[in-house]
Design a protein around this ligand. Structure first.
Ligand code: TXA
Ligand code: MG
Length: 337
């Protein structure tokens, strides 16, 4: 049975892919630096990028966090198990490789039943970044993990498609007020319902506070451009350009076109986002044009991911699209074209 095999591999210090409610993770024993090093190797992830530790139960938090502020406590109480990651002062037991040498550790108690069972039976925290190669789109089903890492890892524990489809929201609880490090599965509005939270962009530190904040993260290979206006309001798109729209498709319908929220729900859009990006990336189109996304609810995290995945904004002149040359790298080149 896969769970038994998974536990054997984890005890042997091997990384395996695991389902969570947000995205698939590449998990290994979070207190064993050799096992953690294998995650970095499989992902080709730079060592300055710290990992999230996953726990079976909120009551496991004190074993990893040296201090739990009332704010951290309130957030854990409100959103765990679930798509929220808290950054807290670390206990000495947490390996430096996990935190990239930072004095703080990121911890999450996931809600996915199979992941929780695995964590309970393993009995130790699991370090798990998203199960993609560094800088690429996070996988939201087992097939996507296979495409990213299939030849590099011994097991993919298949728990079906991820119900949320966006990575966890990360909150730094070591500052006053708490600070949003990454928009994600729990909307900022829900966090602010519990306590004040600063969402101003961090001043560039020597090490990125959360390298998920790096530009050109979550990126497809095909150039992606953000449209300043809904594509449905623009003249016909050039041929062999794909469209990623919120709810209203452009006319005439480009091929391919993906509608994130046919039911206007940000939950539906989040669950579709990474799969649609992968599908459009594989479609052979020259470029992907994306609608502006809503600023509220999960729209904020979707906007953030698309912004990081993009090569800039669509440049419109006199309502005509400029021809996009092949191998286009940046919006500046587009302006010069
Ligand atoms: O939903 C998720 O969070 C998924 C699932 C698998 O749990 N995990 C995930 O991990 O997205 P990853 O490694 O792809 O993104 C974690 C982010 C990175 O941007 C990392 O820099 C940041 O969390 N992070 C980890 N430890 C941190 C720390 N001590 N301080 C600040 N940021 C940290
Ligand atoms: Mg990631």
């Amino acid at each position: 049975m896969d769970l038994t095999h998974a536990l054997q591999l984890l005890h042997a210090g091997q990384p395996i892919a695991v389902p969570t409610e947000t995205v698939y993770g590449l998990a290994a024993d979070g207190l064993n630096p050799n096992a953690v090093a294998r995650i970095f190797a499989a992902k080709e992830r730079p060592h300055f990028d710290p990992l999230i530790l996953h726990i079976a139960d909120p009551s496991d938090l004190p074993s990893l966090a040296a201090h739990i502020s009332p704010e951290a406590q309130a957030l854990a109480h409100a959103f765990w198990p679930g798509g929220l990651t808290l950054v807290l002062p670390k206990q000495p037991v947490v390996p430096d490789l996990v935190t990239a040498g930072l004095p703080h550790v990121a911890v999450r108690c996931p809600a996915h039943p199979l992941m929780r069972q695995l964590l309970r039976e393993f009995g130790r925290p699991l370090a798990a970044p998203s199960a993609n190669r560094f800088g690429r789109i996070s996988p939201t089903d087992a097939d996507a993990v296979r495409a990213e890492l299939g030849d590099r890892i011994p097991l993919i524990l298949d728990g079906g498609p991820c119900p949320i489809g966006l990575e966890s929201t990360i909150i730094d609880t070591t500052t006053r007020p708490c600070r949003l490090l990454r928009a994600g599965a729990i909307p900022l509005e829900a966090i602010r319902h519990i306590l004040p939270c600063d969402d101003s962009p961090p001043v560039a530190p020597a090490q990125p506070a959360a390298p998920g904040l790096l530009h050109s993260h979550y990126a497809p290979t095909t150039p992606l451009f953000l449209s300043p206006q809904p594509l449905a309001q623009l003249p016909p798109l050039p041929s062999s350009v794909a469209a990623l729209v919120w709810s209203n498709p452009p006319h005439p319908l480009p091929t391919p076109c993906r509608i994130l929220a046919p039911d206007h729900s940000d939950l539906t859009a989040a669950a579709n986002l990474f799969r649609f990006l992968r599908e459009l990336d594989a479609s052979g189109c020259r470029a992907i044009y994306a609608d502006p996304m809503p600023q509220t609810g999960l729209g904020r995290a979707i906007r953030d991911r698309l912004h990081r995945a993009s090569r800039g904004s669509l440049h419109l002149e006199d309502h005509q699209f400029l021809e996009i040359p092949r191998n286009l790298r940046s919006s500046d080149e587009l302006k010069q074209a």
